[in-house]
Design a protein around this ligand. Structure first.
Ligand code: IMP
Ligand code: MG
Length: 185
């Protein structure tokens, strides 16, 4: 276990401020409310990184929705996707005939979301769409694009607003680049 006494000291650069996140969530919330008017989608959050984003995003959606969560992991605590995916928790709802909107913290290689989308598609939903807080297109190995992207980030390991390194930094209210020396030591 590392003892992170000063989270801010470990941040190299702030990429997305708290204010920018709030403004963009309001904007995309309006868009989603318009796009799904009359549909009552099931909004599925991918734990744990989505928690702050899920809380803010769902409140910015003004139409009725149902909420659900699933837990998958593709990281073993490092900064590179291992490619080995484990399902930890499935959703509770039956999604047959339903409109599903998946909320994710970051779309990197695309492996996690691709696996979730493929699993959901086999259950006969009416539609499956993806809304991601961050998109890191340089990391992509799968042919997958999000339907709603709040911010595009460069090829760097980022933390904050739910994103973690070894479960640390999730509680930072902004998104920043983690100093490489933090994970190289
Ligand atoms: P993917 O399967 O490679 O698209 O990875 C998605 C998951 O990897 C995300 O849900 C994050 O948990 C994690 N991840 C990818 N890039 C980063 C990053 O820059 N910082 C923190 N977590 C990341
Ligand atoms: Mg993570």
């Amino acid at each position: 276990m590392i003892n992170r006494v000063d989270m801010l000291a470990d941040i190299q650069e702030v990429l997305v401020t708290e204010e920018a996140i709030a403004a963009r969530i309001a904007e995309v919330g309006r868009q989603i409310s318009e796009d799904y008017r009359g549909k009552c989608p099931i909004v599925v959050g991918v734990l744990k990184g989505v928690v702050p984003f899920f809380a803010a995003m769902t409140q910015a959606i003004t139409i009725p929705i149902q909420e659900d969560f699933m837990s998958v992991t593709s990281f073993e605590g490092g900064t590179e996707s291992t490619g080995k995916l484990t399902f930890r928790k499935d959703i509770d709802h039956d999604i047959a005939g339903r409109d599903v909107l998946i909320l994710e913290d970051i779309l990197d290689s695309g492996r996690t979301l691709k696996m979730i989308v493929e699993l959901f598609e086999r259950r006969g939903p009416r539609s499956v769409k993806i809304c991601t807080l961050l998109d890191k297109p340089t990391g992509r190995t799968e042919d997958l694009a999000a339907d709603y992207v709040l911010f595009t980030v460069p090829d760097a390991f980022v933390v904050g607003f739910g994103l973690d390194y070894q479960d640390y930094y999730r509680n930072l209210p902004f998104v920043g680049v983690l100093k490489p020396e933090v994970y190289r030591t």
